[in-house]
Design a protein around this ligand. Structure first.
Ligand SMILES: Cc1ncc(C[n+]2csc(CCOP(=O)(O)OP(=O)(O)O)c2C)c(N)n1
Ligand code: SF4
Length: 277
């Protein structure tokens, strides 16, 4: 694990690149970017010791807007790339970020196994219950009765429950945040990064273009009525029965993180030798 106990020598601006985000005005992802840079400033590791890895989607553009190392990969494979990076370079702080389509649909399999493997990285999902980049198709977290031109009358398919699925798959840290609460979100992200093992932060982040009704989320979110638990069964029961708008840290476990094996630390020359014909 990284030593992140030193006071920060960096301001949030040190983690923001000169690229101007091209998100729609009012998109929740702007404040998630602000919260991420604020969290990194709290942690205080220099940008070159942090890697932000993503897949494809509006939200997945986020690495380019930071000064950290970035990897904007292929759709649904952010966790695979981030996991490989962390195993090969355990000295880096690895943050994987993306959308609900990227992470729960095409990348759903990687999500399950990242929770199970417990490699020490932070996974941030900007969940807007829609595919924003491809113009508004239903995603796994879309409500079954969301009526729109592409699925008239709604999909009538029950929504995926990311927090419960993460717990069932073994995630060690589970939190829900809201983009409209930038300070609270920054604190949660910083706590997630500090937590040993796989830390999952689901951030409700409205897509104002294809789901303008999500502007009302700011009135729906509230602090969880009970304190964080380290009992996954209690956490699942609570999350299954909450209204989906409890924001805060919901579960923090103490399962030891995956540790890199000697084989995974082999040099390139050693690997080449092994594969030589
Ligand atoms: C293999 C592959 N399939 C489909 C796509 C098209 N595609 C690009 S982004 C995206 C969904 C993005 O939705 P989400 O991850 O929720 O992010 P958002 O844009 O809402 O932030 C899809 C289906 C693609 N780029 N690659
Ligand atoms: S389409 Fe939606 S998710 Fe994409 S930038 Fe615009 S508001 Fe954000």
């Amino acid at each position: 694990m990284n030593d992140m106990t030193q006071p920060s020598a960096f301001a949030p601006a040190a983690y923001k690149s000169d690229y101007k985000p091209i998100w729609c005005p009012g998109c929740g992802d702007y404040t998630v970017l602000g919260s991420l840079t604020k969290a990194l400033a709290m942690i205080g590791r220099p940008p070159h010791e942090v890697a932000v890895v993503s897949g494809i989607g509006c939200s997945s553009r986020i690495p380019a807007y930071t000064t950290c190392y970035g990897f904007h990969g292929v759709h649904g494979r952010a966790l695979a790339a981030g996991t490989g990076l962390k195993v090969a370079r355990p000295d880096l702080t690895v943050i994987v970020a993306g959308g609900d389509g990227d992470g729960y649909s095409i990348g759903g399999n990687h999500f399950l196994h990242a929770c199970r493997r417990n490699v020490d990285l932070t996974y941030i999902v900007m969940d807007n219950h829609v595919y924003g980049m491809t113009k508004g198709q239903a995603s796994p977290t879309t409500e079954p009765d969301w009526d729109n031109k592409l699925s008239p009358g709604g999909t009538r398919i029950g929504a995926f429950h990311p927090l419960v699925i993460a717990l069932a798959a073994g995630a060690n840290f589970v939190a829900r945040a809201f983009s409209g609460d930038p300070n609270g979100t920054a604190e949660i992200i910083a706590e997630a990064v500090r937590h040993p093992g796989f830390a999952f932060v689901e951030i409700l982040s409205p897509c104002v273009t294809f789901r303008p009704e999500q502007r009302a989320w700011k009135d729906a979110v509230h602090a969880p009525p009970v304190r964080v638990t380290d009992d996954p069964v209690r956490a699942v029961r609570r999350i299954m029965t909450d209204d989906g708008f409890n924001i805060g840290l919901l579960y923090a476990g103490s399962r030891p993180p995956y540790t890199t094996t000697r084989a995974a630390r082999a040099t390139l020359a050693e690997i080449e030798e092994e594969f030589a014909l």
